[in-house]
Design a protein around this ligand. Structure first.
Ligand code: OAD
Length: 246
C-alpha cells in the first residue's frame, strides 16, 4: 500500500496534467451515504420513483421529498479527501475534478476546477421562466417549491432519463482526452456516460488509478492500478508523499 501511494505521487509529478473523476464514495466520510452500498440512498428511495424525470413531471413533490431528506446531508463538511484534492490543485497538478456528486463539497473544500457532471442539488431551477435559486432561497415547507412566477422548481441535478448538461459533458470529455493521469475515486463506475470517462482517458494514453475500498468493473479492464482504501485516508497520504518529492 505504501509503495502504491509513493508510486501515485511519482506518477502525479511525472504526469503534470491530472484529472479526477469522483463519485459518492468521495463524500462517504463526510457522512453522506453512497447510492448503492449497504444503507445507500437507493435502498431507501427507489430511483424510478424519486429520481426519474418522468416521475418529476407527474409527481414533482416526490423527488423534493428526497431532497428534503438530503437537506441534513447538505450541511455536511468536506472531509480530508476533498481537502487533499483541493491541495493537489493548488500544487498545480490537478487540472479538473469531474464529479458525479451533487453535494458541493469539492467546491467547499476549495477546489476551483469542478465539472458538475450530474448537476448540483444546492440549486433549483424554474421550469417555466428558467430562474435559478440557491439553496438558502428555496423553502421546502410546501412541496414542490415554486418560483415567484408560480412555476414548479426542479432540483438542478440530473435525473434518470435526462441528458448530461451540454457544457459539463464537453468539458469532461475534453479534460479526459487531455490528461496524462486520471484518478477514479469513490465511484462504482456503472452509471453511464460517467463510467465511460476513464475509458476515454485510457484510450487517449492516460494512466488510470482507482481509489476505492472495493473493486469495480474498471479494476481489471481499465485501471492501471488500484489503491484499495478510503478516499479520506489515501488522498492525504498521497499529498504527504507528493510534498516529500518536492
Ligand atoms: P455508488 O453508490 O454506485 O458507488 C459508491 C462507490 O464508492 C462504491 O464503489 C464504493 O465501494 C465506494 N466507496 C464507499 N466508501 C468509500 C470511501 N470512503 N472512499 C472511497 N470510495 C468509497 O455511487 P456512484 O458511483 O457515485 O446518479 O453513483 C453514480 C451515480 O449513480 C450517481 O451520481 C447517481 C447515482 O444514481 C444520478 O442520480 C444521475
Amino acid at each position: 500500500m505504501e509503495d502504491l501511494i509513493k508510486k501515485a505521487a511519482r506518477d502525479i509529478v511525472e504526469a503534470k496534467k491530472v484529472v479526477a473523476l469522483t463519485g459518492s464514495g468521495m463524500s462517504a466520510e463526510s457522512g453522506i451515504p453512497t447510492f448503492r452500498d449497504q444503507g445507500g440512498f437507493w435502498e431507501k428511495y427507489n430511483p424510478d420513483v424519486y429520481a426519474h424525470i418522468d416521475t418529476f413531471f407527474s409527481q414533482p413533490e416526490k423527488p423534493w421529498q428526497m431532497v428534503k431528506a438530503f437537506d441534513q446531508q447538505l450541511r455536511a463538511k468536506p472531509n480530508p479527501g476533498h481537502l487533499a484534492l483541493a491541495e493537489i490543485e493548488k500544487m498545480g497538478f490537478l487540472k479538473e475534478i469531474i464529479t458525479q456528486n451533487v453535494d458541493n463539497l469539492h467546491q467547499q473544500a476549495g477546489s476551483t476546477k469542478v465539472i458538475e457532471f450530474h448537476g448540483n442539488l444546492r440549486r433549483g431551477v424554474c421550469l417555466v421562466c428558467g430562474k435559478y435559486y440557491e439553496w438558502g432561497e428555496i423553502t421546502l415547507e410546501v412541496l414542490p417549491p415554486r418560483c415567484e412566477c408560480n412555476g414548479v422548481l426542479k432540483p438542478d441535478a440530473v435525473f434518470f432519463g435526462e441528458p448530461i448538461p451540454e457544457e459539463a459533458f464537453q468539458r469532461a470529455y475534453e479534460a479526459s482526452r487531455k490528461c496524462k493521469l486520471m484518478f477514479v475515486i469513490g465511484t462504482s463506475a456503472i452509471v453511464y456516460p460517467a463510467a465511460s470517462i476513464p475509458q476515454v482517458a485510457k484510450q487517449a494514453g492516460a494512466v488510470v488509478v482507482e481509489i476505492n475500498p472495493e473493486t469495480t468493473p474498471l479494476t481489471d479492464f481499465v485501471s492501471d492500478y488500484s489503491i484499495i482504501g478510503k478516499a479520506g485516508i489515501i488522498l492525504p497520504q498521497i499529498v504527504h508523499a507528493l510534498k516529500q518529492l518536492a
